[in-house]
Write a protein that binds this ligand. Structure first.
Ligand code: GTP
Ligand code: MG
Ligand code: ZN
Length: 291
């Protein structure tokens, strides 16, 4: 039995790197999906040679897994935002909730710094500066790339973000790869350029996964609980001690210190609105479960 890591899977052919660093193509045993579930890029596997081919026998226990983007066993997520395409912050917050549920730290990369206005960076800082590391960079001009390289060093990082934010462009700049880069005009048509997740070596044990851009995330499908949502807004914790009710959901209860801090401008209004949306959705869904 050989241990290997899956770096790409397309049409039933799984590309894996063995412990010895060999690149091999594997197929999956028919019963694997039934017994072990879906194979995901990043999975550590046991494979065995059959003739001159390799077959996947087992998926080793995962440290974490994301469905969107589909990737497993990562150390962190680098979530990209930029001025154009315009960020969908509800989508961003959903992804932050999901990553938080899997205990995956998220770094926010503000891409295309050669092209965005300074006020845009201020907008992102107002939303996420208090809770996340925010790094502005440009894959084209090279600005901020050193800072980015520092946080990636020695880690397995997955890129995430809407279509056309520049994930593949960043990957190419860091690895010298030649992943397909799309035209900005494609976004209007809702088309993704990158169609599958692939894990690339940057250098040594630094790995970077390029992923398809997302355009929408269904909370229903994601199965989030109220607690999952709450946990992803850590900035509310110090205020929640001052709420009138223990276990206040900050959704409209009287004497809610979180709501008051939002009104006073101490907490981001936008983030609070998204919190209310996500938590209410999770609550509705929970109610349905017990009806
Ligand atoms: N000005 C500027 N444009 C950039 C930069 N990085 C990427 N772009 C442009 O943004 C567009 C989309 O880039 P991609 O790298 O294909 O975006 P993506 O996030 O991989 O998109 P999907 O694969 O569809 O998810 C292309 O036209 C790039 O040339 C940058 O640093 N500055
Ligand atoms: Mg891409
Ligand atoms: Zn409250």
């Amino acid at each position: 039995m050989i241990q290997a890591r899956m770096i790409m899977g397309v049409g039933g052919a799984y590309t894996c790197v063995t412990e010895k660093g060999e690149l091999v193509t594997c197929s999956a045993r028919k019963k694997l999906k039934k017994t072990e579930g879906r194979l995901t890029v990043g999975d550590f596997l046991e494979i065995s040679p059959v003739g001159d081919e390799y077959v996947i026998e087992r998926i080793l226990p995962r440290k974490n897994i994301l469905m969107r983007p589909p990737v497993s066993n990562i150390d962190q997520l680098l979530l990209l935002l930029t001025e154009l395409p315009k960020p969908d912050y509800l989508l961003v917050d959903k992804l932050l909730v999901l990553a938080n549920r899997e205990n995956i730290p998220v770094i926010i990369g503000v891409s295309k710094s050669d092209a965005f206005k300074q006020s845009f960076l201020q907008e992102v800082m107002a939303e996420y500066g208090a809770t996340h590391t925010v790094i502005a960079f440009s894959a084209h001009s090279g600005e901020g790339m050193d800072a980015l390289q520092n946080v990636l060093q020695g880690k397995c990082t997955a890129l995430a973000g809407q279509s056309a934010v520049g994930k593949s462009s960043l990957l190419n700049a860091l690895t010298g790869q030649n992943a397909l880069v799309g035209e900005l005009s494609r976004i209007d048509r809702g088309r993704q350029t990158t169609r599958h997740t692939e894990l690339y070596p940057v250098n040594g044990d630094t790995l970077l996964a390029d992923t398809p851009g997302f355009s929408n995330l269904q909370l229903d499908f994601l199965n989030l609980t109220e607690e999952n949502v709450c946990d992803a807004y850590p900035e509310y914790l110090p205020y929640s001690m001052e709420c009138r009710f223990l276990g206040c959901a900050h959704l409209g209860e009287p004497d809610c210190a979180v709501k008051q801090a939002v009104e006073e401008g101490l907490l981001s209004k936008g983030r609070y609105q998204r919190y209310v949306t996500l938590r209410s959705e999770a609550r509705e869904k929970d109610k349905k479960k017990y009806d």
